[in-house]
Design a protein. Structure first.
Length: 192
């Protein structure tokens, strides 16, 4: 599995993996209707957010002590390592706040059970909590690993088109990235 640390069109770094985006898998027989409805709501979140959360979750399954991460190569080795560590710590803090907020709201969402039909509010909140918990654990595991940063000319070209605001080249560059790294729909992650 390959990992990538690259700027999106807003100038924010994204950490993603080469693994194809997949829906969250749960097996609940009794509450299946609630979970399926909640899962549909969760999938309405922007692809860039879900893809990054999935990349963090994928870190839980890594056995290697060193992780290879592709980046643009426009920053020096020391600078990109510092930026990546800062990015991970910022994400860790963000996930802690999300988990605390969701833990406070989860009991309140149980009150929605008085409404007729499945309690989608509880289901969506539970799925979000589980997603953030898995991502938080993945971030903790990533912070303990060593990183090997590999420069990629395609990501360098992507960041150049962003820097010079050459929107006509955005799709062309993203298509090349999709083909080279086998990452379908990367434009939904790095662009609008």
């Amino acid at each position: 599995m390959r990992f990538f640390f690259v700027l999106d069109y807003r100038g924010k770094y994204r950490y993603i993996s080469s693994e194809a985006f997949s829906e969250i898998q749960f097996k609940f027989s009794h509450w299946k209707k609630i979970w399926e409805s909640a899962k549909k709501k969760l999938m309405l979140l922007p692809r860039r957010i879900l893809r990054q959360e999935q990349a963090f979750r994928n870190a839980l399954n890594l056995k290697e002590s060193t992780i290879s991460i592709f980046h643009s190569g426009r920053l020096g080795e020391k600078k990109i390592k510092t930026k990546f560590r800062f990015f991970l710590r910022k994400q860790k803090t963000k996930h802690i706040f999300f988990l605390v907020g969701e833990a406070v709201l989860l009991p309140v969402s149980g009150l929605m059970a008085i409404l007729p039909g499945p309690n989608v509010f509880f289901g969506v909140l539970a799925l979000l909590t589980l997603t953030h918990w898995q991502a938080f654990r993945g971030i903790n595991r990533l912070l303990k690993k060593k990183y090997e940063f590999i420069p990629s000319p395609l990501f360098s070209k992507w960041e150049e088109t962003l820097e010079f605001k050459q929107e006509s080249d955005f799709l062309h560059t993203l298509e090349k990235i999709e083909k080279e790294y086998n990452m379908p729909n990367i434009h939904k992650v790095l662009w609008k």
